[in-house]
Design a protein around this ligand. Structure first.
Ligand SMILES: Cc1ncc(COP(=O)(O)O)c(C=O)c1O
Length: 387
């Protein structure tokens, strides 16, 4: 244990020590933290559906019909009719032959990459891909080749170097900590030249991008060109779980070989029912996406005008780059004292020297919320002499 205590002290010395923040109210534009109401600018519930009455009713109905726990793994007793309905709905939504639900987005990436690639394969992975992709790559035993973030010249060169091997290119559709969008059209073109499969993680794009909320793959009109579409039920869809969508043979294979699908108890019926009801809202209420992106553009440009280092994204993820971990943490703490919650994101989640506040918007933030956020962020940045 002494060894562990030493490691922990080292983490503290590096200002990388993490603690939990507990909410005491539903996740909406405003929530309660430590007994105080705060403006929440940190949720991945981009469409603002976590406290939606229709979704709560769907969960309650499922509990009445099916009970609470799922009682078994998907391949034994844990698959309910609702799981089948959700998988059919996801396949239709993503424009694929089939889909398979995993217990989390993390498990979908981990299980799919590890089941698809083996040590005879080469996996080409963007340097800023999510940790679940990185872990899936490691678990697969494949040769892992990291290419520079969204750098198509680098990807091309690396594919050329490993020509002839079975290969998979894997990328986030929207990068979780930067909010930028992968150049999927270019990736498809390069992959075709080398016969590589493509996997896109649309965790942050599902429900948010594309006319129907289908994500980056829909945005670029590439549903027939992307072999493996991954997504999560836990962000815009306000539930929990992840999925892989693609050809029927891919889904049949993963059902038989993805260990993170096989060796775990299925998600509860209520969780599945929420995701199903949320999918319906995503498709029927495009105005939520429109408001969300308008709000994002408004806040991004105001923060940039104020002198903050902002990437102007077409997604609701607005990283405010600070640099040093300690200063990012201070920024976040000052804002919390002013009634705004935006967490500081530090290494290893982001590269050293790029610690930041990761601000995210929801479709349900009001104009007053945005103005308040702008005023207080500028105030805090001045106090820290960032601007
Ligand atoms: C890009 C990306 N992929 C996968 C995941 C994992 O999804 P989940 O939270 O559903 O496990 C996340 C976030 O958590 C993510 O940001």
């Amino acid at each position: 244990m002494e060894l562990i205590a030493d490691r922990l002290n080292e983490i503290k010395k590096q200002k990388m020590y993490r603690v939990l923040t507990y909410l005491n109210a539903p996740q909406g534009p405003r929530t309660i933290i430590d007994g105080r109401e705060v403006l929440l600018l940190a949720s991945n519930s981009y469409l603002g559906l976590c406290n939606d009455e229709r979704l709560k009713a769907a969960a309650i109905k499922a509990i009445h019909e099916y009970g609470v726990g799922s009682g078994g793994s998907r391949l034994t007793t844990g698959s309910y009719q609702l799981h089948r309905e959700l998988e059919l709905a996801l396949a239709r939504f993503k424009g694929t032959e089939a889909a398979l639900v995993f217990n989390t987005g993390y498990m979908a990436n981990l299980g799919a990459v590890a089941a698809l690639a083996d040590k005879s394969w080469v996996v080409f992975s963007d340097e800023l891909n999510h940790a679940s992709i990185i872990d899936g790559c490691k678990l697969s035993g494949a040769k892992i080749v990291i290419y520079k973030h969204c750098h198509m010249g680098d990807l091309y060169q690396k594919l050329k170097e490993f020509q002839g091997y079975p290969s998979l290119i894997v990328t986030d559709g929207v990068f979780s900590m930067d909010g930028d969008i992968a150049p999927l059209e270019d990736i498809v073109q390069i992959a075709n030249q080398f016969g590589a499969l493509i996997m896109v993680d649309d965790a942050h794009a599902t429900g948010v991008l594309g006319a129907n909320g289908g994500g980056t793959v829909e945005l670029f009109g590439l549903k027939d060109r992307i072999d493996i579409q991954m997504g999560t039920l836990s962000k815009a869809l306000a539930s929990e779980g992840g999925y892989i969508a693609g050809r029927q043979c891919l889904i049949d294979y993963l059902r038989n070989r993805a260990r993170s699908f096989i060796f775990t108890t299925a998600l509860s019926p209520a969780t599945i029912a929420v995701a199903l009801a949320a999918l319906d809202i995503v498709e029927k209420e495009p105005a939520r996406r429109k408001v969300l992106l308008e709000n994002t553009q408004w806040l991004c440009s105001r923060l940039k005008e104020a002198g903050l280092q902002i990437h102007e994204n077409k997604t609701p993820i607005i990283p405010i780059i600070i640099g040093e971990a300690e200063r990012a943490l201070q920024f976040s703490q000052i804002l919390l004292a002013k009634g705004i919650f935006i967490p500081a994101i530090r290494p290893p989640t982001v590269p050293p020297g790029t610690s930041r506040l990761r601000l995210t918007l929801m479709a349900t933030h009001s104009y007053e919320d945005l103005n308040y956020a702008l005023e207080k962020i500028i105030e805090a940045a001045r106090e820290l002499e960032i601007i």
